[in-house]
Design a protein around this ligand. Structure first.
Ligand SMILES: *[C@@H]1O[C@H](CO)[C@@H](O)[C@H](O)[C@H]1NC(C)=O
Ligand SMILES: *[C@@H]1O[C@H](CO)[C@@H](O)[C@H](O)[C@H]1NC(C)=O
Ligand SMILES: *[C@@H]1O[C@H](CO)[C@@H](O)[C@H](O)[C@H]1NC(C)=O
Ligand SMILES: *[C@@H]1O[C@H](CO)[C@@H](O)[C@H](O)[C@H]1NC(C)=O
Ligand SMILES: *[C@@H]1O[C@H](CO)[C@@H](O)[C@H](O)[C@H]1NC(C)=O
Ligand SMILES: *[C@@H]1O[C@H](CO)[C@@H](O)[C@H](O)[C@H]1NC(C)=O
Ligand SMILES: *[C@@H]1O[C@H](CO)[C@@H](O)[C@H](O)[C@H]1NC(C)=O
Ligand SMILES: *[C@@H]1O[C@H](CO)[C@@H](O)[C@H](O)[C@H]1NC(C)=O
Length: 674
């Protein structure tokens, strides 16, 4: 989705859940795929995510892998220790074991690929094992200046495209990983790639790079941040009616800018350009091409890296006004969320946001999901599916994908929120770390069952909840942020983001009075365009006007209390204490028998301990280390009772299992039965 842009004032003045008719425990595997690794391709064995695609014959499987239109059958599997000596076997497919078995889209099992002729290709995304500074260990891919694609990213192993006929019976296809994905030379000027380099400066565009001390400390490796300020001062005239304010995106911008295509110089429009520089940030991260520009327990202190490290560096290089009123946040979609979140968390740093069609501002509606009150993220109580993507054709709403379809499609590209796709990055940003070190997901990605306890932990990123719960007190946001929040969305937003905006407006209005936040909802507008659907020229003048009005000599200067350091939120220390490894460990508890000793035949009670949401439990009593009775299923939070029929040392053993978690048995302390 679109990036946020920071404007700095210059000093001079189809619905359905895929099901498989061949679950994995069915040993009748018809279609098998064997993939080996060519000699010399890998220096050492690797872990990773294998993605196998079946596309229409004579087509490039990568041409269309989208959830809304994909003609492909896509299968994924986590693989470990892959080397020349060890071929990968794929067969079957199941929705129960997405982290170890084959999982496919739109059908779970390989056995569901209809007979016919296909272009077949496989990819292996390589993971690196990283120990973060909070002690958590994850296997992730670090993107390489390549836009963090969900498949075929830089350094992936690839096979040739093979044309195969699937016969519909017992059959084995063979493929060979024989190449690595190279980074595409973008415009010949790129120094970048995995070393996180930059483009060459041009007359109008300066590229800035720093090594972030905070991010490098968190990830235990060098992490660089980039910014691409475009110096508007040197362009004399802006077109009156150029299109969307969709720049600078990471790569192609420099050429477009220099060739005059963005924006086309229009001398007839002859109006002086507002004096400001535009800054966009490149902040690709493990989990996504964009860190959401805030501090999070799963991605690290990206907010601090951008706001404290990079912006202060930029302000040393350029002659900008170093005051909140002259720092304006703007953006659409992901950038819409980033721009508003940064003003809300950092009233001490930024003056105002113009946030367009932002990602969900209030989790009463996460897109169209009623996250706080529904039992299931995919299906409503009336049986209908929760939609995710829509468009309007001739005024009629057409649903292109459901939340279930998108999440299942994401699962083929990665488990444990590692697909580099939209729902997974939300899990990583809004969620804390799970006890398995990966994002604590708010619902079961296969079934959609919502875990209220995990959702509760999202609340610091529910922006209306954050504002209303810090309305007064030390942050005093009701007063500090008044007049500084501008939001725009259309009623036909493709991702239902208007709903979160409406919830945000409702809840902030309830405490601040109608219009506390300036919210514009334009009828029949879809996802895209500038703030309030303005022409770029009008938009920049609006921003310029806001800066002038809120300057110390303006009509309504920002007060010192509105920008006081005490207004600051999303502090890294709090974020990692609340959501990092130690917090995940502290959430756990062992089973415990509620007695010091017990008579033979008398009843004891025990708790099953505390586990992460979604862990299913099986308990068993043991006396003197030997099973005493059969294992039985038990719910989290339950109290179990038992009357031991034998003397000895009594224990309760509870085994917890969850997808992407190591299955673990926890023992209560021993209680003497006499
Ligand atoms: C998982 O697979 C089973 C067996 O094929 C099927 O009955 C069930 O509906 C599937 N569940 C989901 C959520 O796809
Ligand atoms: C490939 O697909 C095209 C279009 O569907 C079809 O006309 C053609 O016969 C196919 N070729 C093979 C070898 O299956
Ligand atoms: C495979 O998925 C397609 C598209 O969702 C569906 O129409 C078809 O019935 C599925 N086939 C099987 C065997 O599940
Ligand atoms: C697949 O292609 C072969 C020719 O390569 C052709 O004989 C066969 O009919 C095709 N199968 C289908 C299902 O189109
Ligand atoms: C390997 O892939 C690159 C593109 O990433 C391509 O240019 C090259 O020709 C491929 N080499 C082989 C042997 O297929
Ligand atoms: C240039 O600006 C004028 C005046 O606003 C407008 O009428 C004209 O369409 C613009 N031309 C281009 C190429 O943008
Ligand atoms: C919209 O309606 C017009 C006239 O009825 C029709 O020609 C056109 O194909 C329709 N467009 C879409 C996208 O359905
Ligand atoms: C909201 O802001 C826009 C842009 O500055 C302005 O045109 C509009 O009047 C404002 N709405 C209210 C209710 O203040």
């Amino acid at each position: 989705m679109l990036k946020a842009i920071l404007l700095l004032g210059i000093a001079t003045g189809v619905l359905g859940v895929p099901t498989s008719s061949h679950p994995e425990h069915n040993t009748h595997h018809e279609l098998n795929v064997k993939i080996s690794v060519a000699n010399g391709l890998l220096k050492s064995p690797t872990d990773g995510r294998l993605v196998l695609m079946f596309a229409p014959n004579d087509t490039d499987p990568l041409e269309d892998t989208d959830v809304t239109s994909s003609p492909n059958y896509i299968f994924g599997k986590n693989v470990f220790d892959v080397s020349t000596k060890k071929a990968i076997d794929l067969s079957g497919g199941s929705n129960f074991s997405t982290e170890t078995g084959v999982y496919g889209w739109p059908n779970v099992s390989l056995n569901d690929v209809p007979s016919g002729n296909y272009s077949v290709q496989a990819f292996l995304t390589r993971y690196e094992k990283v120990r973060r500074s909070d002690g958590s260990v994850v296997n992730v891919r670090f993107p390489c200046g390549d836009g963090a694609p969900n498949v075929n990213g830089f350094g992936s192993l690839t096979t040739d495209v093979a044309e195969y006929e699937v016969l519909g019976g017992q059959q084995t296809l063979t493929l060979v990983f024989n190449n690595l994905t190279a980074i595409e030379p973008l415009n010949g000027k790129e120094i970048g790639g995995c070393n996180q380099g930059n483009y060459e400066d041009t007359e109008l565009l300066k590229y800035v790079k720093i090594r972030s001390k905070k991010l490098s400390a968190f990830w235990g490796r060098d992490i660089h941040r980039h910014a691409l300020p475009g110096n508007l001062l040197t362009r004399p005239h802006w077109p009156a009616d150029s299109g969307a304010f969709d720049y600078p995106s990471d790569t192609k911008f420099a050429d477009a800018w220099n060739s005059g295509t963005i924006p086309a110089t229009n001398t007839t429009a002859a109006r002086p350009a507002p004096k400001m520089i535009l800054v966009t940030f490149r902040h690709e991260a493990p989990y996504y091409d964009d860190s959401y520009a805030v501090n999070t327990a799963n991605l690290g202190p990206y907010g601090d890296a951008i706001n404290d490290e990079l912006i202060s560096h930029i302000e040393k290089l350029f002659h900008t006004i170093r005051a909140p009123y002259a720092r304006v946040q703007e953006g659409g979609s992901t950038g819409g969320w980033e721009s508003i979140a940064n003003v809300i968390y950092r009233p001490d740093l930024f003056g105002v946001c113009f946030s367009s069609y932002p990602d969900s501002l209030d989790f009463h509606r996460h897109q169209d999901i009623e996250l706080y009150t529904s039992a299931n993220a995919y299906q409503r109580t009336d049986g209908s599916f929760v939609p995710s993507i829509r468009t309007h054709r001739n005024g009629t709403e057409v649903i292109l994908a459901s939340v279930a379809q998108e999440n299942h499609w994401e699962l083929t590209f990665g488990t444990a929120s590692r697909s580099f796709n939209q729902w997974d990055i939300w899990n990583a940003i809004f969620g804390v770390q799970g006890y398995n070190n990966y994002p604590l997901e708010p619902w079961d990605k296969v079934t959609g069952e919502i875990y209220p306890e995990a959702v509760e932990l999202w609340k610091p990123f529910d922006l209306s909840n954050y504002i209303t719960s810090n309305w007064e007190g030390s942050r005093n946001l009701g007063a500090a942020l008044a007049g500084r929040i501008y939001i725009y969305v259309g009623t036909w937003d493709d991702y239902y983001l208007n709903e979160g905006v409406q919830e945000f407006a409702k809840r902030t209005d309830a405490v601040g009075g109608a219009g506390w936040a300036n919210v514009t909802i334009l009828p029949e507008k879809s996802h895209g365009g500038n703030y309030q659907d303005r022409k770029i020229w009008d938009y920049l003048e609006l921003v310029d006007g806001w800066i002038k009005d809120h300057a110390p000599d303006g009509t309504s200067p920002l007060s010192l209390s509105a920008v006081a350091p005490s207004t600051r939120g999303n502090q890294w220390k709090e974020v990692i204490q609340r959501g990092g490894r130690q917090a995940a460990v502290a959430r756990q508890a062992l089973p415990a028998i509620k007695a010091k000793a017990v008579h033979k035949g008398a009843e004891v009670q025990a708790s099953v301990g505390r586990w992460d949401p979604g862990v299913t439990l099986e308990a068993m009593w043991a006396i003197n280390g030997k099973p005493s009775g059969k294992p039985f299923a038990v719910k989290q939070g339950a109290t179990v009772k038992y009357a031991p029929g034998k003397k000895g040392k009594l224990q309760l053993l509870v085994t917890g299992s969850k997808r992407n978690y190591a299955t673990e048995t926890r023992h209560s302390g021993e209680v003497l039965v006499y």
